[in-house]
Ligand binder design. Sequence first.
Ligand SMILES: Nc1ncnc2c1ncn2[C@@H]1O[C@H](COP(=O)(O)OP(=O)(O)OP(=O)(O)O)[C@@H](O)[C@H]1O
Ligand SMILES: [Mg+2]
Length: 458
Amino acid sequence: MASILIIDDDTYIRRTFEDLFVPLGHEVIPMMTAEDGLKYLDKDEPDLIFLDLKLPGMNGLELLEVLKSRKNTIPVVVITSHANIDTSVQAMKLGAADYIRKPFNIDELVLIVEKIVKERQKDAQLAYFQQQKDAILGFGDIIGNSQPMQEVYRFIQQVASTPKTTVLIRGETGTGKELVARAIHYKSERGNKPFIEINCSAFQETLLEAELFGYEAGAFTNAIQRKKGLLELADGGSFFLDEIGDMAVSLQAKILKVLEKQTFRRVGGTKEIRVDTRIISASSRDIDQCIRDGSFREDLYYRLNVASILLPPLRERKEDVLLLASHFLKIYNAEFKKNIRSISDDLKNQLLRHNWPGNVRELKNIIERAVLFEQSDVLTGKSINLWDREGSRPATIDHIEIDEKGVSLYEIEKSLIAQALEKTNYNQTKAAKLLGLTRETLKYRIKKHRINPRIKNG
Ligand SMILES: Nc1ncnc2c1ncn2[C@@H]1O[C@H](COP(=O)(O)OP(=O)(O)OP(=O)(O)O)[C@@H](O)[C@H]1O
Ligand SMILES: [Mg+2]
């Protein structure tokens, strides 16, 4: 059912529209002049406009011009009295969707209306679908249309609506665990409260405890002042415990207590502090195995595992590879102020053949490097040595040639540092060695480039 505005000074035509379309379930709004039509359009938005070109006062072409200047999106079908091709062409140029000649063939008229109504519906559905998708994605940056990803979106949607449920996200490195954790938080009613994260593998046990729970003055040698723990800061929001599989068993007991009682004590403190936070944890380790070898408490596992998801590795959803690649191409085009338009067929094939042990993060890094080094406007990936990666042949950089556009040494440095950190699992001592730098120099450069250092073990 559509609403059709017909602007024609000919009473017979307006009648015809009413007689024809009202019985078909449509609404017909008859107007005699362009001025009246405009007045109507000021307050209402029909689905479709039929417009006679020859009108008293403002004529049809003039009205089209006004509509065009108003950025009208309603389809307009013009009615021409004679077989006047010139004016029809002019009308199309002014944005008319179609034209029909008088005297008209009723079947043709019905067909035009049906076609346009269907298109409008499709557009509306697409817009709706897009909106839904954006809503599911939380902030719209999780990419992937594959079946396994659809399940991930459903999971996010579902747990977002139960803001007290504890969530466990498992998956190989680089599969998007952190991204999913954030999406759950921002989509939930806790979304306007803090999302606090801590990487359990990044701290020694006592430090991690102090970070999580805070401490009272004098609790240990360096505790000069009382400090609030991250858990307190997450009150009302979500707390993301990353790499929970790496948490020391003694700390696991304390986290279990937080989950059971929503209370904890600062280090050296006696007061029970109450928090309302949703715990989202993630692990790339096989927690079942950790339970078997005694490094993970089974009771905590059951507590954490109320709602859990295993994120699919990229090699099991290859249909997402090129989608992700284009997405990252866009991002790095913007970041490096490049204008690479497409990915070469050869590179596409290679991307599809690769097994992606580092999952989406690996793909992202590869596209970043490829964009950085690309000299043409098609991404060839010639310079990235991707296919030797598994054989771990050292990267060579003899192929970097400086052409008249130049290269950014700054960006190359940044990329190499990021690579070294990735390779060494963020061990700065090892990464410094790989780069032939001292640890202090590396630290300085990490700061300079604002690379996330994610310090492992201090
Ligand atoms: N579906 C996706 N769409 C877009 N970007 C993604 C997707 N999945 C992962 N990424 C990107 O890949 C990188 C790795 O993702 P993330 O840090 O969430 O992985 P992870 O599973 O937490 O990895 P790790 O176990 O190594 O910590 C991030 O830069 C993230 O933005
Ligand atoms: Mg992570």
